[in-house]
Design a protein around this ligand. Structure first.
Ligand SMILES: *[C@@H]1O[C@H](CO)[C@@H](O)[C@H](O)[C@H]1NC(C)=O
Ligand SMILES: *[C@@H]1O[C@H](CO)[C@@H](O)[C@H](O)[C@H]1NC(C)=O
Ligand SMILES: *[C@@H]1O[C@H](CO)[C@@H](O)[C@H](O)[C@H]1NC(C)=O
Ligand SMILES: *[C@@H]1O[C@H](CO)[C@@H](O)[C@H](O)[C@H]1NC(C)=O
Ligand SMILES: *[C@@H]1O[C@H](CO)[C@@H](O)[C@H](O)[C@H]1NC(C)=O
Length: 317
């Protein structure tokens, strides 16, 4: 209990508002890690030796070999759209989850530049509760972002979780908030990852529909081999290896890793990054790969304080 308390105290939230962020707009934004638009060039130029240092780790995320997910299964699912500046169009960038009627959870690398500074909130739009990818002029009418924040990501890239506050509330008829799973994350916990990312490594077109695939959590000892910064599934990130082609990939970043409680999907983690375990391999997701997810059990108390929703409401029981 004491250890748990200390961990939560260390989770420091930094909120960034539109004013402060505006200076970062249009600068270095495509160097981010794992976003739909950003990861293709970095994934081809790096190999898994980068796992020795998480600052350089290649981040690649999408659903490989999945099946479609419905709004009934994922009533909290959110699509994130981003533009370089006010003269460029919005394009799909990441997946996210609604966790209260005004707050969205995603990966920190989805809303920051390569120096891990926040991008400008006016350059983001959010579509809530839609299992189909939003396209065209519909994007301009989506939810606007008032502020974004993270829990120490600037100093530590392993803390890859961000909160987005919307300018207006989302009615329950559009999307209902997700609950968190905060129990132990072990290889025996059945988990599924969902997102709108590419379905084949090396392509750049997001999926038209929400996709999901079962994955298996790995033993902690399996994962530390590939990432010196990584300790165990009890810390800020959980780890999953894929041997059979079921995986997340580009554009799935920020999307939920779920398990079921009482028949409902509840969020275990948020898709962060991953890569191939073989330095010579060209596929960054799908086969023989390793992927990391921000573990909500680590952040739940901190999130509760920031969004003003009691922990007992956030956590599924
Ligand atoms: C998808 O999964 C099925 C069943 O596991 C497998 O037979 C098939 O080869 C996989 N397809 C791809 C493209 O990986
Ligand atoms: C807007 O972004 C585009 C694409 O990155 C860039 O070419 C253009 O110069 C930018 N315009 C302004 C006004 O910053
Ligand atoms: C998960 O592990 C089980 C048992 O080892 C295996 O049968 C199954 O194919 C694995 N599923 C995936 C998606 O890797
Ligand atoms: C750990 O890795 C070995 C191969 O190195 C694999 O056989 C085993 O299934 C992995 N364990 C888990 C829980 O993923
Ligand atoms: C992996 O990358 C490192 C540094 O970029 C390079 O020195 C090494 O030769 C590469 N290994 C392979 C197998 O490509």
């Amino acid at each position: 209990m004491l250890l748990k308390y200390i961990v939560f105290l260390l989770v420091i939230f930094t909120l960034s508002n539109a004013q402060k962020d505006s200076k970062f707009s249009g600068k270095g934004k495509y160097g981010g890690r794992g976003r739909q638009k950003s990861s293709l060039q970095s994934s081809s130029s790096k190999n898994s030796s980068a796992f020795s240092n998480s600052k350089d780790r290649q981040l690649i995320n999408k659903i490989i070999n999945g099946s479609s997910g419905t709004k009934a299964q994922y009533p909290f699912i959110v699509q994130l759209f981003e533009r370089s500046n006010s003269s460029t169009p919005f394009a799909y960038s990441c997946t996210g989850s609604l966790i209260s009627n005004q707050w969205v959870l995603t990966a920190a690398h989805c809303v920051t530049d390569k120096k891990r500074n926040f991008l400008s909130p006016p350059n983001f739009r959010v579509a809530a509760g839609n299992a189909q990818l939003v396209k065209g002029s519909d994007i301009n009418s989506l939810y606007q972002v008032s502020s974004m924040g993270a829990f120490g990501y600037k100093a530590n890239p392993s803390l890859d979780l961000a909160l987005i506050k919307l300018k207006t509330t989302v009615p329950a008829s559009v999307s209902t908030p997700a609950r968190f799973y905060t129990g132990p994350v072990t290889p025996s916990l059945p988990v599924t990852v969902a997102g709108f990312g590419v379905t084949k490594f090396g392509t750049s077109i997001p999926s038209d529909v929400l996709l999901q695939t079962r994955v298996n959590i790995s033993q902690s000892s399996n994962c530390s081999i590939f990432n010196n910064d990584w300790k165990s599934n009890t810390g800020p990130q959980v780890c999953q290896e894929s041997y059979n082609g079921h995986d997340s990939c580009q554009g799935d970043s920020g999307g939920p890793l779920v398990t079921t409680v009482g028949g409902q999907n509840v969020i275990v983690g948020i898709t962060n990054d991953g890569g191939n375990k073989d330095p010579r391999a060209t596929n960054g997701c799908g086969y023989n790969v390793i992927a990391y997810y921000a573990r909500l059990g680590y952040y739940a108390s901190g999130i509760s304080k920031v969004i003003g929703v009691p922990l007992s409401t956030l956590v599924a029981t």
